[in-house]
Ligand binder design. Structure first.
Ligand code: FAD
Ligand code: UDP
Length: 391
């Protein structure tokens, strides 16, 4: 019966789960979540593999945020393992911290030169500062130009070419700016105030978010098969649906890619279990100058699982998304042309006042988990505010 639900949410990733909980809890809305995969959690889904090691099916996920609201909200559903992610770049076999920082400087250059460069970097930019590789490349001092060249060529250029099939100049500057250069000795990958891993993993966290009597879940169901937009009406299982629809999947796919596919990058993941307690010294090693994969992550560093003699790693191989069966669109390719195409799809939703686009795919953005939670909370605020306004 269509009248059973006030709200249909498509996709059970963070966006779908958080907005469902908000509407169910704060407004007493009866929500149905429709998810095409056989599990909850979207791309943050984790599970125990055959060797009992907790792994992330769709790539390594570390939670970090500067937002107290986001951290307090998500902490309702999980306790935390105190974990600060550290990443090393493998540069022809030499390992150094990424983001490139003052410790990296002393590995990249001999100690006398490094000491001189450290002084120059501090007098130019100040201590405890972060800057982008383009800012560093913009300055004119010839010795600092050496540092900029070193970091550009050894940290950013080849990794970016592998990840995007493009050079750093060809991608949106905000992408490269995610990884700064740090004028400090902070070896952490993220500098956010709140960071860690859910103590029991992401899937149990999702189970808690969804544990509400107003939330119903239908797995293994593609929304395209049960929801249609015809004229200015939404149909659910063949009958007009008058309630709210929140869509968190790829927007082009909802409209059968009628204007052509939105470009994305996808990844192939290679899981390997090794008969050893530890494979590498840190959670992630980035291969920034060679190898066909971008990075290797060893999950036990992230999760803190105490298992002797076995460990699982994941290699990531990026490639263009083609829409072939089994491929998943992981990264929107941000540029003006792609955003124009996205806008054409978005216009198709204009006539539907209670149809909302939410999430990394549906908004065609490069959102981290915390940004998605914030967006979902804001959308719920907005919807609740709008509805209260009507009272
Ligand atoms: P998703 O998790 O993609 O969920 C969308 C859901 O909708 C999916 O379950 C999908 O199956 C479902 N769906 C789509 N279409 C349909 C349909 N037609 N019918 C039914 N269901 C449908 N963020 C961090 O903060 N820290 C990290 O360390 C981090 N690491 C990452 C590593 C990788 C490799 C990737 C790709 C992303 C990473 N992220 C990280 C980002 C994070 O994954 C996203 O911010 C977050 O998962 C987005 O949530 P979402 O709900 O918008 O999308
Ligand atoms: N990047 C790089 N070298 C690195 C790490 C990152 O060139 O060692 C660039 C690359 O273009 C990458 C972007 O910075 O896509 C953002 O990196 P981030 O680690 O945030 O990517 P994600 O974890 O989202 O894949």
């Amino acid at each position: 019966m269509n009248n059973t639900y006030d709200c249909l949410v498509i996709g059970c990733g963070l966006a779908g789960a958080v907005v469902s909980r908000e509407l169910a809890e704060r407004e007493g809305k009866k929500v149905l979540i429709i998810e095409k995969r056989g599990h909850i959690g979207g791309n943050t889904y984790d599970f125990l593999n055959d060797d009992g090691i907790l792994v992330h099916k769709y790539g390594p996920h570390i939670f970090h945020t500067g937002s107290k609201r986001v951290f307090d909200y998500i902490s309702r559903f999980t306790q935390w393992r105190n974990y600060s992610h550290e990443v090393l770049a493998d540069i022809h076999g030499t390992l150094m911290p990424v983001p490139f920082n003052l410790n990296s400087l002393y590995i990249a250059f001999d100690s006398e030169k490094a000491a001189r460069l450290e002084k120059k970097l501090i007098s130019t930019y100040g201590t405890d500062k972060r800057l982008t590789i383009s800012e560093l490349r913009d300055q004119t001092d010839s010795e600092l130009a050496d540092v900029a060249d070193f970091v550009y060529n050894n940290v950013f250029l080849h990794y970016t070419e592998k990840q995007w099939g493009l050079t750093p100049e060809q991608i949106d500057p905000s992408v490269i700016a995610r990884v700064p250069i740090l004028i400090s000795r902070d070896n952490r990958y993220f500098q956010d105030k709140y960071q860690g891993m859910p103590s029991n993993g992401y899937t149990p966290l999702f189970e808690k978010i969804l544990e509400h009597h107003n939330i119903n879940l239908q797995l293994n169901t593609d929304a395209n098969e049960v929801i249609k937009m015809i004229g200015n009406q939404i149909f659910f299982k063949g009958k007009p649906f008058k309630g709210t629809v929140i869509y968190t999947g790829a927007l082009d796919e909802f409209f059968d890619c009628r204007f052509g596919r939105l470009p994305y990058r996808t990844l192939e993941f290679l899981f390997e279990t090794h008969d050893m307690t530890w494979y590498q010294s840190k959670g992630t090693i980035n291969y920034t100058v060679d190898k066909p994969f971008t990075r290797i992550t060893e999950f036990k560093h992230l999760t803190g699982q105490d298992i002797e003699g076995k460990t699982t790693t994941m290699k990531e191989y990026p490639k263009a998304y083609t829409g072939a069966d089994g491929e998943i669109p992981y990264y929107a390719i941000l540029n003006e042309e792609n955003f124009e195409l996205y806008k054409k799809y978005r216009q198709l939703t204009d006539g539907f006042s209670d149809f909302h686009l939410l999430g990394r795919l549906a908004e065609y953005k490069y959102y981290n988990m915390d940004a998605i939670i914030e967006r979902a909370l804001k959308l719920a605020d907005q919807m609740i505010g709008v509805e209260k306004g009507k009272d």
